[in-house]
Ligand binder design. Structure first.
Ligand code: BTN
Length: 329
């Protein structure tokens, strides 16, 4: 996250130390990295400055503990995906990771590039809303995709992302996570994560897609502004313990990569059953919130294109976009 002259060395040294199960003799580090003792000390100082605990004593160096930061080192260390996250740009504070990722995509950044930030000052949500992005507590992530399919298939990417997110969160709190179509993740009726998919296309061809994901991970109730406390939750509020954001992110990227491959192969057809199982809407009377259309009906299906199917006075209506809320009866 910094750009000092020793950073590249510190990055490599950290990754190496992190992979060792035992302490490493100083002499072997000097030899391996072709450095002298002063340079080693500067690199170790840089690493501890990032919040890592690394001990140097009696001629050995031992890696102790990582801070809960999203750094490219932490991501590379935990990554199991082949492409997603292999190029990771991790910032301390940005306006919006989606804006930065879109800019990088325009400059040619490859598919799978991710942008993360510890904090967003202008985090964006759907429908012109803001995404509250307090420092160090959540995951604020954008992924650059360059799918070969036509733009009409892009909206389904939000649903497949929701599925990867639901699986990742369910791994930590089984049977509690729901997907509120199309792209809100809820636990006990409160929002724990959201997805903002943004498309750049021209003449029927996709240039790139930026999938933005915000996950409330380690916020306590009091970390949310008053107006969000009753409607937002975090993984920590549910599991009653903090989670490693880097581990969560790496697991999500792995699941995301698998879902994306399936989506390219066969759309949502093979995931539809799981999507329906996670649905917070199916079986409920819902209302479409759209300035152009007043619609109320029972949510009965999610079709292979990802559209929500409502039963309205005996006929079935497909909704492919919009905001839906459950009608309290
Ligand atoms: C929503 O629920 O309305 C979508 C929220 C999406 C928030 C994420 S955080 C990372 C990325 N950057 C943004 O500015 N927004 C998305």
């Amino acid at each position: 996250m910094s750009n000092s002259p020793t950073q590249p060395l510190a990055d490599r040294l950290l990754l190496y130390l992190r992979r060792q199960t035992d302490a490493v003799p100083v002499t072997s580090l000097l030899k391996r990295f072709h450095i002298d003792s002063d340079t080693l000390n500067s690199a170790l100082k840089e690493i501890t400055g990032w919040g890592y605990r690394v001990k140097k004593m009696r001629g050995i160096v031992k890696y102790v503990k990582a801070p809960d930061f999203l750094t490219s080192t932490e991501i590379q260390f935990g990554l199991k995906s082949r492409q997603m996250g292999r190029s990771a740009h991790c910032y301390k504070s940005v306006k919006s990771t989606n804006d930065l990722a879109a800019h990088m995509a325009e400059q040619g950044a490859p598919e799978g590039t991710v942008v993360t930030a510890e904090q967003q000052t202008l985090g964006r949500g759907r429908l012109g809303r803001t995404w509250y992005s307090s420092e160090g507590a959540g995951i604020y992530l954008s992924i650059i995709l360059r799918p070969k399919f036509t733009p009409d298939k892009a909206p389904g990417l939000s649903l497949m992302t929701a599925l990867a997110l639901a699986d990742t969160l369910s791994h930590r709190c089984p049977d509690e996570v729901c997907i509120k179509w199309p792209n809100d993740l809820l636990i006990a009726g409160c929002k724990v994560a959201g997805i903002l998919t943004e498309l750049s296309a021209e003449r029927g061809k996709i240039n790139h897609v930026v999938v933005g994901v915000g996950i409330n991970v380690n916020q306590r109730a009091e970390d949310f502004p008053q107006e969000l406390r009753a409607i937002a939750t975090s993984l920590r509020r549910v599991t009653k313990k903090p989670s490693s954001r880097a581990e969560l992110l790496c697991e999500f990227l792995y699941r995301f990569e698998r879902e994306y491959a399936k989506y390219i192969e066969s759309g949502l057809s093979s995931s539809r059953k799981r999507l329906k199982n996670y649905s917070a809407l199916l079986g409920h009377q819902v209302k479409l919130l759209s300035p152009s259309q007043e619609l109320e009906g029972k949510a009965v299906d999610i079709d292979t294109d990802g559209a929500l199917v409502l039963e309205c006075r005996g006929s079935r209506v497909r909704i492919s976009a919009g905001e839906v809320s459950v009608v309290k009866q």
